[in-house]
Each structure stands twice: as structure tokens, then as C-alpha cells.
Write a protein that binds this ligand. Structure first.
Ligand code: ADP
Length: 188
């Protein structure tokens, strides 16, 4: 099963994606994590992505699609994937639909994580204090939320048209949210 976790930065997709990947035994395609590793390792991809990330801007679609394609081609993605932080633009959503369709597959479920704006900001700035991520400064957080509204939020209606998206209340404890995710995915 191919699952997309949709939602603003700080909505908790990464945490829930990890839990879900463990339960279902399928790999996670987390573009943010992949990019951060590339930046840390100083690869050409990392060098290309770093400036965008630090500004809270999106990395260009071609770059993202390149790394996703590579990941999907790997054998461990055969039984399905959990996409976290991808797709983030309409162009990415269309591209992944085409890619999956060429393999006789599709996006089966989309979970939209709903969290009020005020709480998102509190969470992101809190995470900045703990993890020290370069893109969690107040300025960048504002930018990332703005980019989310403009580029990524429209994907909710894109997936509504395919009747595959369900929104969940993503406030509360990690365990509470995990139960809501399971209900949408119908994990036994
Ligand atoms: P968050 O959702 O908390 O903002 P991510 O770890 O998913 O964090 O992404 C961090 C940064 O990596 C983004 O702000 C963006 O610059 C880049 N990025 C990650 N995924 C994508 C994507 N699918 N398309 C474009 N840029 C991306």
C-alpha cells in the first residue's frame, strides 16, 4: 500500500511515519530526511539543496523527483511506501501518480494532519531548541508555513478528487494521533 502523509511542517508526519513504517514493515520516503543526510554528507545533491532549505524554500521539483525515483526503484519499495514530506507541490503529486501508474500502482491513502497554526509555530520553535535544525528559526518557520499554504495545501483538494484523502486531528499525544492514523489506514 502506498500512503502519503500530508500536512504542514511540524504537524507530526515524521513521528507518525516512523511508527507506521514499523507497523506495516514498509520503507519511508522522507524527502526532508534524505536531503538533510545529503547536506550533512556534503554530496552534490546536498550542496544543491542546502540554500533552499535554509531559506525555508522548496527544493526544485526535478531534484526531488530524482531522489524519489531512485528510492522507489530500490527493491525494498516493492511492497509499498510511506511518503512523508512528499509530494509537496502539485507537479510532484502529478509526477508520482504517473510514476506509480507506470508500475501498475497508485496512491492508496492520504492522511492529512490537521494542526492549528499557533500550535505549529510553538512546536517548530520548540524543536529548534531541542534539535538545532538550521531551518527552525522564527523567520524560516514563518516562510515554511507560508510555502506550505501556497504550494502544498492545494494537494488536499487534489487528493479529494481521487477520494483517497482523510483528515485527522493531529493534536494530542503521539499515541492518540497514532490511533487516528491507524483508523484511516485501517491497520488491524
Ligand atoms: P518540515 O515538514 O518539518 O518542514 P522536512 O524535513 O519535510 O520538514 O523538509 C525540510 C526542507 O526540505 C523543506 O523546507 C524543503 O526545503 C526541503 N524539502 C523536503 N521535501 C521536499 C519536497 N518534497 N519538495 C521540495 N522541497 C522539499
Amino acid at each position: 500500500m502506498n500512503i502519503v502523509l500530508l500536512g504542514a511542517p511540524g504537524a507530526g508526519k515524521g513521528t507518525q511515519g516512523e511508527i507506521l513504517a514499523g507497523k506495516l514493515g514498509v520503507p519511508k520516503v522522507a524527502t526532508g530526511d534524505m536531503l538533510r543526510s545529503a547536506v550533512k554528507a556534503g554530496t552534490p545533491l546536498g550542496k544543491q539543496a542546502q540554500a533552499y532549505m535554509e531559506q525555508g524554500e522548496l527544493v526544485p521539483d526535478e531534484v526531488i523527483l530524482g531522489i524519489v525515483e531512485e528510492k522507489l526503484a530500490s527493491a525494498d519499495a516493492e511492497s509499498g511506501v510511506i511518503m512523508d514530506g512528499f509530494p509537496r507541490t502539485l507537479a510532484q503529486a502529478v509526477a508520482i501518480d504517473e510514476l506509480l501508474s507506470a508500475r501498475g500502482s497508485r496512491v492508496h491513502k492520504v492522511v492529512n494532519f490537521a494542526v492549528p497554526d499557533g500550535e505549529l509555530t510553538v512546536r517548530l520553535l520548540g524543536r529548534a531548541a531541542v534539535e538545532g535544525r538550521a531551518d527552525d528559526t522564527p523567520e524560516t518557520v514563518r516562510k515554511r508555513l507560508e510555502v506550505y499554504r501556497k504550494e502544498t495545501e492545494p494537494l488536499i483538494s487534489y487528493y479529494q478528487k481521487q477520494s483517497v484523502v482523510k483528515s485527522i486531528d493531529a493534536t494530542g499525544t503521539v499515541d492518540e494521533v497514532a490511533v487516528r492514523v491507524d483508523e484511516v489506514i485501517a491497520v488491524p
